[in-house]
Design a binder for this molecule. Structure first.
Ligand SMILES: *Cc1c(COP(=O)(O)O)cnc(C)c1O
Length: 223
């Protein structure tokens, strides 16, 4: 099956949810295939890869940064990034704001919540996320917008466990959605679900899925 067919099939399954096609392991020709079929949302998890790739594609691609973002890398992606999924500290938010200002653009961000068992996955605890939404400092950042939450479930075939983790994130999302938030924050996007767990994520209210292996067939990338 081709890339375009894969996207069509997954879009049928996820309904209105946005598919971020995670191109980190694939070569340009497959990304081009998706682009030619009309797909515009692509995700990379390394700033240097994102930076290199975006020069090889038309400017109407919406580039999502889905990985762990180091503060010293923000300046590279700030001029064009569509959405930063992995904000895991107020310090990072402050740096994104600084680079947004330098580029005279407001940068949309998601707070990454740690929902998995593995300690290796980055993210804020729900309490820390709530603290950011209540922080005067964060509320004063004019060049960022917090537009939702992102999370990654434990890498396991135990559906009950993954489902419970997604539900926890969805619950926090709903709670913050009904809370009074500062002007630069709103809860619109719930980014959860990847190749192995996106149907479950959708069941729990995800409206953005990040999918690599189920779309792209190649696994040729260096590193
Ligand atoms: C790689 C990656 C994905 C996509 O993973 P697949 O299992 O290939 O769908 C989604 N989210 C993040 C944060 C990733 O790093």
């Amino acid at each position: 099956m081709g890339v375009a067919e894969n996207i069509r099939r997954i879009q049928d399954e996820v309904g209105d949810a946005v598919i971020v096609a995670v191109s980190k392991y694939s070569e340009d020709d497959e990304v081009q295939e998706a682009y030619d079929a009309g797909h515009r949302d692509f995700g990379e998890n390394k700033a240097q890869d994102l930076d290199a790739r975006r020069h090889r594609f038309p400017p109407d691609v919406r580039w999502h940064f889905i990985g762990h973002l180091q503060r010293n890398k923000v300046k590279h992606i700030a001029p064009y990034v569509h959405l930063i999924h992995g904000v895991d500290s107020e310090k990072l938010l402050v740096e994104i704001n600084k680079q947004g200002k330098r580029n005279n653009r407001v940068i949309d961000c998601l707070l990454q919540i740690h929902i998995a068992e593995e300690s290796a996955k980055f993210g804020l605890s729900p309490e820390e996320a709530v603290d950011i939404t209540r922080s005067e400092k964060a509320a004063g950042l004019e060049y960022i917008r917090v537009v939702g939450l992102m999370g990654m479930a434990t890498n396991t075939t135990d559906e009950a466990k993954v489902g419970a983790e997604f539900e926890g994130l969805a619950e926090l999302f709903r709670r913050l959605k009904s809370a009074e938030l500062p002007g630069n924050m709103r809860m619109e996007i719930l980014s959860m679900g990847m190749t192995q767990d996106y149907p479950l994520a959708i069941e729990h209210g995800s409206n953005m899925v990040r999918i690599g292996s189920a779309i792209f067939t190649q696994k040729l990338r260096k590193n």
